[in-house]
Design a binder for this molecule. Structure first.
Ligand code: CUA
Length: 189
């Protein structure tokens, strides 16, 4: 008999039972963790984050799709509306963007110096512009009007003065303008 009043054998049985209990608990915890890894692994391989596309910040201004004469809105030959733009300290180029209402609009944008934020008014257009990477997303603006497009990522002392406008015009007006202008902007028309 020991101090607890249990026999040597009983004490051994209690210790073994408690040991076994812990084995089960640890097995369940490990099982949960492995299960989580498998589920998240499958989930991400089924729904990967959008592809990564890079661009050379050093040559962005002089060649390729982000040269100044190529920025703005175009109606592509295949009927897609494409907007190319850049964010830099402390402005967006172009300053004002024209898009049609109720048509999918694809944005392709990047930054030249720091990380800038890109958000259009009340729409779901919201992303970050990161130097060296091309941000792409497609959205639709349901009704004509004007949206503010402020930079929403702190990018330096001029951050709060960095914003642009998005002009949503009717589909008819957009398509008729697209016939005459290769690149559309807010001023012409
Ligand atoms: Cu650009 Cu804040």
């Amino acid at each position: 008999m020991n101090a607890t009043g249990l026999g040597e054998r009983d004490a051994e049985a209690v210790a073994a039972a408690s040991e076994r209990r812990w084995t089960y608990i640890v097995a369940v915890v490990i099982g949960l963790l492995v299960g989580m890894m498998i589920i998240t692994g499958l989930h991400w391989s089924a729904m990967p984050p959008s592809r990564v596309e890079t661009v050379d910040v050093k040559t962005l201004h002089i060649k390729g799709e982000f040269i100044e004469s190529n920025l703005g809105t175009t109606l592509e030959p295949d009927g897609r509306v494409l907007v190319r733009m850049i964010g830099q300290q402390y402005s967006f180029v172009p300053q004002c963007i024209v898009v049609p209402e109720n048509m999918p609009v694809t944005f392709r944008a990047t930054a030249t110096d720091a990380i800038h934020g890109f958000v259009v008014g009340q729409s779901n257009a919201n992303t970050m512009l990161i130097p060296g990477f091309v941000a792409t997303f497609t959205t639709t603006f349901p009704k004509a009007g004007e949206h503010l497009m402020p930079c929403h990522e702190y990018c330096g002392t001029g951050h709060e003065a960095m914003w642009a406008r998005v002009h949503v015009i009717s589909q008819q007006e957009f398509l008729s303008r697209a016939r005459n202008e290769r690149r559309m902007s807010c001023v012409s028309g």
